[in-house]
Design a protein around this ligand. Structure first.
Ligand SMILES: *Cc1c(COP(=O)(O)O)cnc(C)c1O
Length: 395
């Protein structure tokens, strides 16, 4: 008997593969510095954890409505209005077990088999796999180093066909740290909206943004946009809550209602305790968010400065999120300590072996010319990792 089409098609996650390798080397006593993780190294702020403990003690441990508790959906509406200028009612919000789950659900309710979803590349690893699971087809639009990894309106227009159903946007973006300006987002989302194409705007890194740049939400650009854009966000990145598994989407009521129906029969509600914690995350003191971002900013500058001194690596300063995505084609030309490398997977393997530093191959994100380096790890580790890399590359 064969397995299903989905089972055959889904690729293993490249990021998880690297962390497994690092862990198995650690068991053999080899210390590898990991730059693979896509999660904040900080703990969840105490006020948020306390709210969860209180929820447990109060016995708030039963199923909630599939869409999420009203209190949380109201807090999300307040947040979307205050931060993003978006006027939603709680019936236009669904709470899910992570932004990842809600994106998957949205693609399932929006796409039929054979539909096309436009994904700006480099992209977050899960988008193409989620599109394929829905039987739809990922269509990539390439951003390059020259455009700061942004896709142009021309290339977007060229990718649109009568089968295009969804455009995925992710600003600030993983893995490149790209942040589109409000004008650029208005143009790109506008091209889609004008053609009746839905836009899923993954804004999970909204708070992790540098140089005083202002985040913009495409749904806020006008009524036409409100009717077509679904805003996705979550708690994992801004509040260091990856393990709590909580995210949400807000959008047109018919889309949200369908997402809730789908979720009724798959995971039901998100964790009740985490939902209480999330209310505190949104309504409580926000100072820890700023402190985390300031620390990420320091690491970002340091890592880019160290990388830019290395021959064969060229690096754009990321404007958001906590990754750098350097171009490593220079190393393919130069070789490393006498060894030739010609792709990002071999390069990452070689760097783990010879320098004991672990990055993620760019090919996982749609570019074999790059590697992803996460700086969601402490400064000592970053310094030591950069020393090791420099030592190997200058030997
Ligand atoms: C981390 C991440 C997510 C997933 O967030 P969860 O809420 O933990 O599921 C979604 N999109 C991007 C681009 C991410 O990097």
């Amino acid at each position: 008997m064969t397995l299903s089409r989905i089972a055959e098609e889904i690729k293993p996650s490249g990021t998880i593969k690297i962390s497994t390798k690092v862990k198995s080397m650690a068991r053999e006593g080899i210390s590898v510095i990991g730059f693979g993780m896509g999660e904040p190294d900080f703990n969840t702020p105490k006020n948020i954890a306390d709210a969860a403990i209180k929820a447990i003690k109060d016995g708030f441990t039963k199923y909630t409505p599939t869409s999420g508790i009203l209190e949380l959906r109201e807090a999300i509406c307040e947040k979307l209005l205050g931060d993003n200028g978006l006027k939603y009612s709680p019936t236009q919000v669904v709470v899910s077990s992570g932004a990842k789950q809600v994106t998957h659900n949205l693609i399932l309710v929006l796409c039929d088999s054979g539909d096309e979803v436009i994904i700006p590349s480099p992209y977050w690893v899960s988008y193409p796999e989620q599109v394929k699971m829905a039987g739809a087809r990922p269509v990539y639009v390439q951003g390059t180093d020259e455009t700061g990894f942004k896709v142009t309106p021309e290339s977007l227009k060229e990718a649109i066909t009568p089968r295009t159903k969804v455009l995925l946007l992710n600003s600030p973006g993983n893995p490149t740290g790209v942040v589109y300006t409000e004008e650029e987002l208005r143009t790109l989302a506008g091209i889609a909206v004008e053609k009746g194409i839905y836009v899923i705007s993954d804004e999970i890194y909204e708070k992790i943004i540098y140089d005083g740049i202002k985040h913009a939400s495409p749904a806020s650009f006008g009524d036409e946009f409100m009717n077509r854009v679904i805003t996705v966000n979550g708690f994992s990145k801004a509040y260091a809550m990856t393990g709590w598994r909580l995210g949400y989407a807000a959008g047109p009521e018919n889309v949200i209602k369908a997402t809730i129906r789908l979720q009724d029969h798959t995971t039901s509600c998100a964790n009740s305790i985490a939902q209480k914690a999330a209310v505190e995350a949104l309504r409580g003191d926000q100072t820890t968010v700023g402190l985390m971002v300031a620390e990420f900013d320091k690491r970002r500058r340091y890592i880019v400065e160290r990388l830019s001194k290395l021959e064969g690596i060229s690096c754009i300063m990321p404007k958001g999120a906590f990754y750098v995505f350097p171009n490593v084609t220079g190393l393919y030309r130069l070789g490393i300590a006498g060894t030739n490398v010609s792709d990002s997977t071999k390069l990452v393997d070689l760097l783990i072996e010879k320098a004991r530093v672990a990055f993620v191959p760019g090919v996982c994100f749609g570019s074999d010319d790059h590697i992803r380096i996460s700086f969601a790890t402490n400064m000592n580790q970053i310094e030591e990792g950069m020393d090791r890399l420099e030592e190997l590359l200058t030997s």
